[in-house]
Design a protein. Structure first.
Length: 315
């Protein structure tokens, strides 16, 4: 697949499951989309009867506690988008319409693996338009206590360096740094599952979180061991999942990034926050286009087939 061309899906892919926080059943369908469409969520099944189109963009983020949420509760929101966004970014997919009939994405097995498998099953294709990137020109950094996140310029590609440091002997301190590309993402990141500590479960439930969490979709961490009978998929699965989350949150830049990301004790709030810092000053970045990319008119089958007048929009 030519990486200087924008990419979409060859056909629709449907997945079903429950939300890890809401516990509610949900169905999503990933639709092919035209060049320059980007990633958008079409929220259906609203009590008002009106569908809502929400751009997958950092400016549309409304919450980052335990997951990333775009849109708002009153007019339509979608929670826990980070795993799907991670899969799309990790596989280099630029344009998709995500139709969803509930307020939260399905957690599936707690990783991005089943999203990757669904995408592989339908295949990918070019959209006939040159790919564009956000090139980081100046380092931006945010800090909260001992935690920090930063984006800095590099000559090519996208490199993530994610470090965690938990006061729990099972998780502890570990670091994952590598250049992001589809082969590496599939091999090292996609299968890493979300995790949580058993001591926090009751507090999460009282706050309305983790109502759909189970050993089928979450790595449960006790005081001295992993509770799941199958154990970990990777010795460093915890930091690999944090890397997975960072990829998904940084996909909310709206275009692929040429730059290097570094975080220590970060999370959804800091991943999104560093994007806010990047876009706060136009001198921090520029938009570049693939050199020599062939321009074509997008073919009709890649259109989303929807009239924007039919629903409200957060574009």
């Amino acid at each position: 697949m030519r990486t200087n061309q924008q990419i979409t899906l060859k056909g629709p892919a449907t997945l079903r499951g429950i939300g890890v926080h809401s516990g509610k059943p949900v169905e999503i369908t990933l639709h092919p989309a035209a060049a320059n469409h980007g990633i958008c969520f079409l929220r259906t099944g609203m009590p008002t009867g009106h569908d809502r189109l929400i751009k997958a963009h950092h400016a549309c983020v409304s919450a980052t506690e335990l997951c990333t949420v775009i849109g708002d509760v009153e007019s339509g929101a979608v929670a826990t988008i980070e795993h799907l966004m991670s899969a799309l970014y990790g596989l280099g997919i630029d344009n998709v319409l995500v139709e969803i009939d509930g307020p939260e994405m399905p957690i599936l097995d707690g990783s991005a693996r089943l999203y990757v498998e669904a995408i592989d099953a339908v295949g990918i294709t070019t959209c006939g338009a040159p790919r564009r990137w956000i090139k980081v020109l100046r380092t931006v950094r945010i800090e909260v206590g001992r935690a920090f996140a930063e984006l800095r310029p590099i000559d090519r590609g996208f490199r993530l360096d994610v470090e965690i440091d938990f006061d729990n002997p099972v998780i502890g301190r570990s670091r994952k740094a590598m250049d992001l590309n589809p082969a590496a993402y599939r091999r090292e990141i996609a299968g890493a599952r979300t995790f949580g500590m058993m001591k926090d479960v009751e507090r999460y439930w009282k706050a309305g979180f983790a109502l759909g969490a189970s050993l089928e979709n979450t790595v449960a961490v006790g005081d001295n061991a992993v509770v799941n009978p199958e154990g970990l998929r990777y010795a460093d699965e915890f930091v690999r999942h944090k890397y997975l989350d960072a990829v998904g949150d940084l996909a909310l830049a709206g275009l692929p990034i040429q730059g290097a990301y570094r975080s220590y004790c970060g999370g959804h709030r800091m991943n999104v926050g560093v994007l806010d810092a990047l876009f706060a000053d136009r001198a921090n970045y520029t938009i570049i286009e693939a050199p020599g990319a062939r321009r074509e008119t997008a073919r009709p089958e890649f259109g989303v087939g929807l009239s924007l007048a039919a629903f409200a929009s957060d574009l």
